[in-house]
Design a protein around this ligand. Structure first.
Ligand code: NAG
Ligand code: NAG
Ligand code: NAG
Ligand code: NAG
Ligand code: NAG
Length: 314
C-alpha cells in the first residue's frame, strides 16, 4: 500500500517554480468533497492566470481573487433561449469586469451522454449570431466552438461557419461570422494531440489555438506524467498556442479520465502533475493515495471526453 507523502507537502504555497507559463489556465470543476480544494488553484505562487467553468458567469469560489490575476473567460455551453448569454456577458462588462475572450459551445459535435452539447450546425449558427457575434463589436475575442477530438469536429465547424455566414448576410450584416482563435479538445497520446493540432492548423491556417481540454486518459502514472511533460513543454514552446487548460482539476476517485490523469489525490493534495501544472516541484503524492477509492463505474470510454462532467458534478 502506498503511504502518502502528504505530511511533507506544504499546501499553503507552491514550492519554487521549475517551469512557469502564463498560458496556463484552469478548467474549473467545483469539488464536491471540500471547498478547500477549490482554493488550491489560486494559492500564492500558482501559475494559473485564467479559468473557465463551462458557464457565462464567474464561479463564486473565486469571488475573493483578483480578477486581474485570474481572468474569467465565459463560455456559452450549448443552446440557449434568446440572448441569455449575450445579456449575461454584457452585464459582466457593464459591471466593470474585464472580459477579453469568450468560448463557444462545448463539444457540439458530441452526444449528451459523453458531455457534448449535441447541436446541429445550423442551430448553433443561429445561437452564435444572436449571442456571440455581437461581443466582437465590444472588442471581445471569440473562440470557435470546442469540438470533440473526433474526426467529425472540423467538418462540424465548417458546416457551422457555412451556416453562420449565410445567416449573417440575410441579417443585413456585412461581415462573415468572425472568430479570433480555435478551441481544441484532445484525449489520447501526444502524437495524436500534435496531429490533431496539425489538422486545425491546416483547416484554419494561422489561427491562434487554445487547448481547453486535454489529457491522456486511463494510463499508468509514468506514461501519464510523460504525456503531461511533453505536452506542456510543447504548448509553452510554440507561439500558435496562446492558452491551455489541463482537464484534471479534481480528486482521483471523481475522475472520468482515469485515476492517474488528475491533479488532486483522494485527500485533495496536489499530485506531481497538479504541482507541476501550478509551476511547482514534484510532491510525490500518488493520485490514488488517501481516503476514497477510484470508482471504475465512472470510467467513460473516450475521445469524446469529459466536459459533461460538469453536469454531473454541479
Ligand atoms: C483587461 O485584460 C487584458 C488582458 O489581461 C489587459 O491587457 C487589459 O489591460 C485589461 N483591461 C483593463 C481595463 O483592465
Ligand atoms: C448548415 O448546417 C447543416 C447541418 O445543420 C448542413 O447540412 C449544411 O450543409 C450547412 N450549410 C452550409 C452552407 O454549410
Ligand atoms: C463569407 O464567407 C463565404 C464562404 O464561407 C464567402 O463566400 C463570402 O464571400 C464571405 N462574405 C464576406 C462578406 O466576406
Ligand atoms: C501564415 O503566416 C505566415 C507567416 O506570417 C505567412 O507567410 C503565410 O502566408 C500565412 N498563411 C496564410 C494561409 O495566411
Ligand atoms: C516530468 O518532468 C519532471 C520535471 O519537471 C521530471 O522530474 C519527471 O521525471 C518527468 N517525468 C517523466 C515521466 O518524464
Amino acid at each position: 500500500m502506498f503511504i502518502s507523502c502528504a505530511l511533507a507537502l506544504a499546501v499553503s504555497s507552491v514550492a519554487l517554480a521549475q517551469t512557469s507559463s502564463s498560458k496556463r489556465g484552469l478548467v474549473f470543476v467545483p469539488n464536491a468533497d471540500s471547498a478547500k480544494d477549490n482554493q488550491i488553484w489560486v494559492q500564492s505562487g500558482s501559475d494559473l492566470t485564467w479559468y473557465y467553468n463551462y458557464d457565462a458567469m464567474p464561479s463564486p469560489a473565486f469571488a475573493g481573487v483578483s480578477q486581474a490575476d485570474f481572468e474569467f473567460v465565459p463560455q456559452l455551453w450549448g443552446n440557449t433561449d434568446g440572448t441569455t448569454f449575450l445579456d449575461q456577458v454584457e452585464g459582466l462588462i457593464d459591471s466593470g469586469r474585464n472580459i477579453t475572450h469568450v468560448l463557444g459551445f462545448n463539444e457540439p459535435d458530441g452526444p449528451a451522454q459523453y458531455g457534448g452539447s449535441n447541436m446541429d450546425p445550423s442551430v448553433a449558427a443561429g445561437v452564435w449570431v444572436q449571442n456571440i457575434a455581437p461581443l466582437a463589436d465590444k472588442g471581445v475575442k471569440l473562440g470557435l466552438p470546442a469540438c470533440t477530438g473526433g474526426t467529425g469536429g472540423i467538418p462540424w465547424l465548417q458546416q457551422f461557419l457555412g451556416n453562420c455566414s449565410s445567416l449573417i448576410s440575410t441579417g443585413g450584416h456585412t461581415k462573415n461570422c468572425t472568430y479570433d482563435f480555435v478551441t481544441i479538445h484532445w484525449y489520447g497520446n501526444f502524437e495524436g494531440l500534435a496531429s490533431h493540432m496539425g489538422s486545425y492548423s491546416a483547416a484554419f491556417p494561422n489561427v491562434t489555438q487554445w487547448i481547453t481540454e486535454y489529457n491522456l486518459n486511463d494510463q499508468d502514472l509514468t506514461t501519464t506524467q510523460s504525456f503531461y511533460n511533453t505536452s506542456s513543454q510543447y504548448f509553452d514552446r510554440i507561439d500558435s498556442v496562446a492558452r491551455y487548460s489541463l482537464f484534471g482539476s479534481f480528486r482521483s476517485k471523481d475522475s472520468n479520465v482515469g485515476p492517474n490523469a488528475v491533479m488532486l489525490n483522494n485527500d485533495g493534495k496536489l499530485t506531481d502533475i497538479g504541482s507541476w501544472y501550478l509551476g511547482g516541484t514534484a510532491t510525490g503524492v500518488k493520485p490514488q493515495s488517501a481516503a476514497g477509492r477510484y470508482q471504475a463505474h465512472v470510467l467513460w470510454a473516450v475521445a469524446f471526453a469529459a466536459a459533461g462532467s460538469v453536469l454531473l458534478w454541479t
